[in-house]
Design a protein around this ligand. Structure first.
Ligand SMILES: Cc1cc2nc3c(=O)[nH]c(=O)nc-3n(C[C@H](O)[C@H](O)[C@H](O)COP(=O)(O)OP(=O)(O)OC[C@H]3O[C@@H](n4cnc5c(N)ncnc54)[C@H](O)[C@@H]3O)c2cc1C
Length: 381
């Protein structure tokens, strides 16, 4: 069955597919947009599920500081206005690390930054008693907070439906045929004809576009939710800050978020950017050694013992070599725009990069100055 001709087919209905679709509908009212996902709404097989995510300005490279500031100042407030509710809960964030590794880049990049201050140990103890005093004076980022991640995806679906974007899920895209005046998208059910395509397929990108195989690697993450002994209030959002600790060894990068209902327990995980590549279609059990390592980290960093593991989640990072995303025209076909490779830190940029990718899909370039200044770093090659 041949479907009507679409102006845009967006492959991947996760955070980025939804963000690009919504931005496109705002940019070009009336264009025909079709959004496809292989799994039903709300699935937990990719990179965007779960209740919470961290947002922050504190980064180890200036372009991401600039983009985060822009997203906090313009793009998230715009999305919150459209949603009619807050999607970010301000908590502040604690950032610490060991000299001699990746932490040095954070210190260098954030030195003198107006929204990030060095927190004296006494203040750390009095304001955040759940954190063990390890003799450090961490950075405190007043812009950091918790993104209501699941609510953000629900809101984006609502906004896409309100803008009459045709969403089909589950429907898996099997191949893309760029030959000819129009592009053809073959799914497990039909062939769609379209003028342009946006690829927002996260961990499955190289399955659809094997030519990007060298650029992307999928790393599975293990996320723990832990109850700490004592009154739960101090470990809940907004009292509990988001936090990041960067060890000398790149594997020793951990982060966490306070409990935000319906989550039970604090969220804690290793930010594993160097792990082995996996096949996103093959699931596996959490590695007990990884669970142990996270528990050891919690014992060393929190002033209260863990009383219970509430839950263990799995999730996927789509890593690029330098952790810069792939956002721009496909190197071999400019009618295809890529929005992928978010390397485990893309959520906070979604309303901004969604807009950028939509503008590139629409006119070949973006008007967003903060992205234009660094576009070369994100260009798919
Ligand atoms: C454990 C974890 C913690 C994180 N913490 C943070 C954080 O604190 N702060 C932050 O900023 N970022 C964080 N991130 C990163 C952030 O969540 C991701 O960058 C973001 O969710 C990526 O969205 P996506 O749309 O690219 O991926 P996804 O949501 O996975 O979307 C891709 C979609 O494409 C669909 N798809 C793929 N192939 C096909 C096909 N052939 N046909 C049809 N559909 C297809 C998939 O089903 C999927 O729904 C974290 C990620 C993880 C995994």
């Amino acid at each position: 069955m041949n479907d009507p001709v679409w102006d845009y087919v967006i492959v991947g209905g996760g955070l980025y597919g939804l963000s690009v679709a919504y931005a496109l509908a705002q940019l070009a009212p009336g264009v025909r947009i079709c959004l496809l996902d292989q799994f039903p709404d709300g699935h937990e097989n990719g990179s965007s599920h779960g209740i919470t995510r961290v947002t922050r300005t504190t980064y180890d490279s200036p372009p991401f500081v600039e983009l985060a500031r822009r997203a906090h100042r313009i793009d998230w407030p715009e999305l919150e206005r459209a949603a009619g509710e807050p999607l970010i809960v301000q908590t502040g964030g604690l950032f610490s690390g060991e000299p001699g590794g990746g932490w040095d880049d954070f210190e260098r990049t954030m030195a003198g930054h107006p929204e990030v201050e060095r927190l004296p140990r006494a203040e750390l103890r009095s304001r955040f008693p759940l954190f063990r005093d390890r003799g450090e004076s961490p950075l405190f980022d007043s812009t950091a907070g918790v993104i209501r991640a699941r609510r953000t995806l629900d809101v984006l679906r609502l906004l896409c439906d309100r803008h009459e974007i045709d969403r089909f899920a589950p429907e898996r895209v099997l191949s893309i045929d760029p030959g000819g005046a129009s592009l053809r998208v073959r799914t497990e059910r039909r062939t769609l004809v379209t003028g342009r395509i946006v690829i927002a397929t996260g961990a499955w990108t190289t399955k659809l576009l094997p030519e990007l195989g060298e650029r992307l690697r999928v790393v599975r993450q293990t996320v723990l939710f832990l109850a700490l002994e004592g009154p739960p209030g101090e470990a809940e959002v907004p009292a509990f800050p988001v936090w990041v600790h960067v060890g000398r060894d790149p594997r020793e990068f951990f982060y966490g978020i306070g409990a935000l209902s319906p989550d039970r327990g604090i969220k804690i995980a290793r930010h594993d950017t160097v792990g082995e590549g996996v096949d996103p279609d093959l699931s596996d059990e959490p590695d007990p050694a990884e669970v142990e390592a996270v528990l050891d980290f919690a014992a060393a960093h929190f002033a209260r013992p863990v009383s219970r593991i509430e839950r263990v989640d799995r999730c996927l990072y789509t890593m690029t070599e330098d952790e810069y995303f792939l956002v721009g025209p496909h190197p071999g076909e400019s009618r295809i725009t890529l929005a992928t490779g978010f390397s485990g830190h893309g959520f906070k940029f979604a309303p901004l990069i969604g807009r950028v990718a939509a503008e590139i899909a629409w006119s070949g370039e973006t008007s967003v100055p903060e992205f234009r200044r660094h576009a070369a770093r994100f260009l798919p090659r």
